[in-house]
Design a binder for this molecule. Structure first.
Ligand code: LLP
Length: 420
């Protein structure tokens, strides 16, 4: 067994790690998310190798997939985490992640979240506004506990990506504007318990323009240099995530560009460099298997109505996102047909693909919606009182049911967290 991710056997059935996806779907039912731990590990190692010469560290962006089994697996690989809520932070602690490997980002942390993070002595809080810093200083002083912070800056950089996931310009709510930075740094310096040790930036998600990443990182480094000249002590730079995934070409990863641009800027510098990849680490490792409930034709369209809906994968309707859709069994003898692949939810926006060419399919046959490991299950809901899809992780040739919401003890007891 040395194939990574999802592949076809000689008879054109979809497989993962020697396991037949069709049989997995029969065992667990559909809709079903299947993740390949081998591919996650392979990509993790690729990112790690790309950034190792610059002292780069990986903090997996939990928001991409917060299933406890996935977090546990990625923690075991040696990654830290970038969290954006108390819930994500607690999940990381539950799987045994060390607090000093956790960065807390997010534009709207409330006092309870800040106090918990300080008590747990996490690695750093990424501060997004002057007002947030006031709260952090007040809480740290009340608790008499130290906390390191990084300031997330907004350098007014516009990334070309979907408007809803672009975060780097001053029209977005994220980061502290460059005109405010010095004032905020001065303020942080006055506190006995809060130590300003880093700067952070994240200009958006699903970005492919490495020249833009390069100019962004370079601008951040220059800002750190200027601040350090002014008596501050910036030692750590958090470059965020955002590395684009090619949803059309499966498992097409190349972190050479990242290596090249970051080494150009940081190789001779002494910063700790943090990366927060989410999508690039996990998207391709997951598929959503769904069964065709029925087929239907109108005078204008042909529909495949499947048992997964926008409640399981909202990306197509929310961002007009493209996901490849593949029959679990490819059949060369069938004709192709142009169809809409839609779910059971009572909204016209409940679709996975419009006007997509697929081999002719019938009721009860299975489809795989590809590259759904990131921002898939994690964004799901129970809209229309639909049930959640089950999720399984394939680890060393075995399938493990992994769950999102159970307590850790329950997870261990019911063996839904693999004991690796
Ligand atoms: N760091 C911060 C501060 C972030 O806000 C994000 C993503 C990441 C890291 C990870 O970015 P990534 O490497 O995954 O691009 N739901 C959307 C994506 C939202 C991204 C939000 N922030 C989607 O399905 O496309």
């Amino acid at each position: 067994m040395n194939k990574l991710g999802f592949y076809r056997d000689k008879s054109n059935h979809l497989f993962v790690q020697d396991l037949n996806v069709n049989l997995l779907a029969t065992k667990y039912g559909t809709p079903l998310f299947i993740y390949d731990a081998g591919l996650i590990e392979d990509i993790f190692v690729k990112i790690q190798n790309a950034v190792k010469n610059i002292n780069g560290k990986i903090f997996y962006a939990i928001k991409a997939n917060d299933n406890i089994g996935i977090i546990k697996f990625i923690n075991n690989l040696g990654a830290g985490a970038d969290v954006v809520s108390l819930g994500e932070l607690k999940k990381c602690l539950k799987v045994g992640m060390k607090p000093n490997k956790i960065i807390f980002s997010g534009v709207g942390k409330d006092r309870e979240e800040i106090a918990f993070a300080i008590q747990k002595k996490i690695k750093q809080l990424n501060i997004e506004s002057e007002e947030e810093l006031f709260d952090v200083i007040e809480i740290a002083e009340k608790e008499k506990k130290n906390i390191k912070i990084a300031l997330r800056v907004n350098l007014d950089i516009k990334a070309s990506t979907h408007a809803k996931i672009s975060t780097g310009d001053e029209y977005s709510k994220f980061g502290i504007s460059s005109s405010e930075i010095l004032k905020v740094c001065d303020f942080a310096k006055k506190s006995k318990y809060v130590t300003l040790h880093g700067l952070a930036i994240h200009i958006g998600s699903q970005i492919f323009d490495y020249d833009l990443f390069s100019s962004t990182y370079s601008a951040l480094e220059k800002l750190a240099y200027r601040l350090n000249k002014n008596g501050f002590n910036i030692k750590s730079l958090d470059l965020g995530g955002g590395f684009g995934v090619n949803y059309e070409k499966y498992n097409f990863h190349n972190f050479n560009e990242l290596k090249k641009i970051t080494e150009e800027i940081f190789l001779k510098k002494k910063y700790e460099i943090c990366f927060e990849p989410g999508r690039s680490l996990i998207a391709d490792s997951g598929i959503l298997v769904t069964k065709i409930i029925r087929t239907k034709n109108s005078r204008k369209k042909s529909f495949l109505i499947v048992d997964a809906g926008m409640n399981h994968l909202i990306r197509p309707t929310l961002y007009n996102a493209f996901h490849r859709i593949e029959p679990i069994k490819l059949n060369d003898t069938r004709k192709n047909k142009v169809v809409d692949v839609v779910g059971p939810i009572c909204e016209t926006g409940d679709f996975f693909a419009l006007d997509r060419k697929l081999q002719e399919m019938s009721k009860n046959e299975l489809l795989a919606i590809m590259s759904t490991g990131a921002y898939g299950s994690v964004m799901s809901s129970n809209y229309n009182s639909q049930k959640n899809a089950k999720e399984i992780l394939i680890y060393k040739g075995k399938d493990y049911l992994i769950k999102k919401e159970l307590s850790f003890n329950e997870l261990i007891k019911s063996h839904v967290i693999p004991n690796f």
